[in-house]
Write a protein that binds this ligand. Structure first.
Ligand code: ADP
Ligand code: MG
Length: 465
């Protein structure tokens, strides 16, 4: 690892927060991935910041990040989890090589401001790479794009603007683009619903609701991503509703994304649904071949410019990639990265037959459902912290979801019972057997349980990347 770089980065890891030894983790990567993959990829990743439930890792380029995410993310997460069980997410940050001192001071200053601001700012930052300029127009996103732009020109005319569409179709990209467009003249707040919930719960525990409310209600443009995650917990919905109403009352623009229309949100109060539907609802559909082809060509250009190299993919190959990836632009980009990396390493012009070979296992890989994913989705669904779900506590509100997660892990992954037990804070395999039996019985006896399991399975099948 680049020692200098690492040293600089350490400036903003607060010492008392650190529990992970990155060197140990790196060594385990080496064992897990082998020397070759390790030195070309894993070794270049640095630890920037450690939170209780997620890590921010530093990578040198965007391409590097996409590559790691599309190929190794699951394994990396699995591995770091074995060092710290409460982790459930990894975020990447691209570190420019010549980070100047001014930026460092900025970051140091950031860490001095109050905790809620500090932690929110960490992901409230807009991604400068997701703008209107590089969002490609197609039939499937025409309406959503056009209203996203109009919102920027006429604040509070369409309020709230609600963008819905399936996974990987460009919702976050559009939200981010709106934020970028408006941030110089407005107080823009951009947060995922999941994070909003996390802060809400944390503020309750710390008795700090006043700050929480003030913080969110200050924004004049409030952008909230993946609102389907706000569900359940009455008190949270109440707070969300109040925040929402007071923002609307003072004329702030609200922009929301979700994977479904407002009326289809489950376990959300009716009055919230109708308020959400009360502005303008636009959707993004599945991309057609034309849009997919355009996106591939644009990405190739971007990579060429960034790396100053010539990428030679024939029209046949481009068409092949566009056809292979059926519904999801994120997946499409992942596949493209993989093909480009291959052609770069082997320095040859690829045929469609080569592509077929390269991608042979990509699709099966992308569709893998992992124990991690199950644990995350179940804890989210029941609105309980992952830590609590995995803990030794036996109260029913924790024990049931835990058993459900074990049941799903047995049914939907190829992991053995002892392996599943280990992933649930080192429980014995007999505990897993008991969980599977209990849930199987409850599904037969209890309609509510049957419904829950059905919905969870759908979520797992939907969220495949
Ligand atoms: P969602 O939030 O709907 O799951 P994202 O906004 O994260 O999807 O999009 C997934 C990836 O696809 C991102 O890298 C995004 O930049 C890219 N993408 C999606 N739609 C477009 C588009 N029309 N033009 C360019 N890139 C796009
Ligand atoms: Mg998104």
């Amino acid at each position: 690892m680049d020692k200098n770089n690492n040293k600089k980065l350490n400036v903003y890891i607060s010492e008392e927060e650190k529990t992970l030894n990155w060197e140990d983790i790196q060594n385990s990567f080496k064992k897990m991935f082998g020397n070759e993959i390790y030195t070309s990829w894993l070794q270049k990743i640095s630890l920037i910041k450690e939170y209780n439930d997620y890590l921010i890792l530093g990578v040198p380029t965007r391409f590097f990040r996409d590559w790691i995410v599309s190929r190794y993310l699951d394994k990396i997460l699995e591995q770091v989890k074995s060092f710290k069980l409460s982790l459930n997410r990894i975020e990447f940050k691209i570190i420019e090589e010549n980070r100047n001192t001014q930026e460092l001071t900025k970051i140091e200053e950031l860490s001095k401001i109050t905790e809620i601001k500090d932690s929110i700012l960490n992901y409230n930052r807009l991604n400068p790479n997701l703008s209107f300029d590089n969002f490609i127009l197609g039939k499937s996103n025409e309406v959503a794009l056009s209203y996203s732009k109009r919102v920027c020109e006429h604040l509070s005319r369409y309020n709230p603007l609600y963008i819905c569409g399936g996974v990987g179709l460009g919702k976050t990209h559009l939200l981010n683009a709106i934020g970028l467009n408006l941030q110089s003249e407005n107080n823009v707040m951009f947060i995922s619903a999941e994070r909003f919930m996390y802060h809400f719960i944390k503020s309750i525990k710390k008795n700090d609701m006043v700050n929480f409310k003030d913080f969110f209600r200050k924004s004049s443009v409030f952008i909230i991503d993946d609102i389907q995650f706000i569900r359940g917990k009455e008190s949270l919905q109440e707070e969300f509703f109040h925040t929402f109403n007071s923002l609307m009352d003072k004329g702030s623009q609200i922009i929301i994304s979700a994977d479904r229309t407002p009326m289809k949100l489950d376990r959300v109060q009716e009055r919230i649904k109708s308020r959400l539907a009360g502005g303008l609802v636009v959707d993004i559909e599945v991309p057609d071949l034309e849009l997919k082809t355009k996106i591939i060509k644009k990405k190739i250009l971007e990579i060429q410019n960034q790396f100053k190299e010539n990428i030679n993919l024939s029209d046949n190959v481009i068409e092949y990639i566009a056809n292979e990836s059926k519904t999801n632009i994120r997946e499409l980009i992942g596949i493209l990265n993989r093909v480009i990396a291959f052609s770069r390493v082997h320095n040859k012009i690829l045929t469609t037959a080569d592509c077929k070979n390269i991608l042979k296992d990509v699709f099966s890989q992308i569709r893998v459902i992992t124990v991690d994913k199950i644990q995350n989705i179940v804890s989210n669904y029941f609105n309980i912290p992952l830590n609590d779900m995995l803990s030794q506590r036996r109260s029913r509100p924790l024990a049931r979801p835990r058993q459900i997660a074990m049941y799903l892990a047995k049914k939907m992954t190829t992991r053995s019972l002892p392996e599943i037990g280990r992933r649930f804070a080192n429980r014995d395999h007999t505990t897993v057997i008991h969980a599977v039996k209990t849930i199987t019985r409850l599904i037969e006896q209890d309609d509510e349980m049957k419904k829950n399991i059905g919905q969870l399975k759908n979520l797992l099948l939907e969220n495949q990347n």
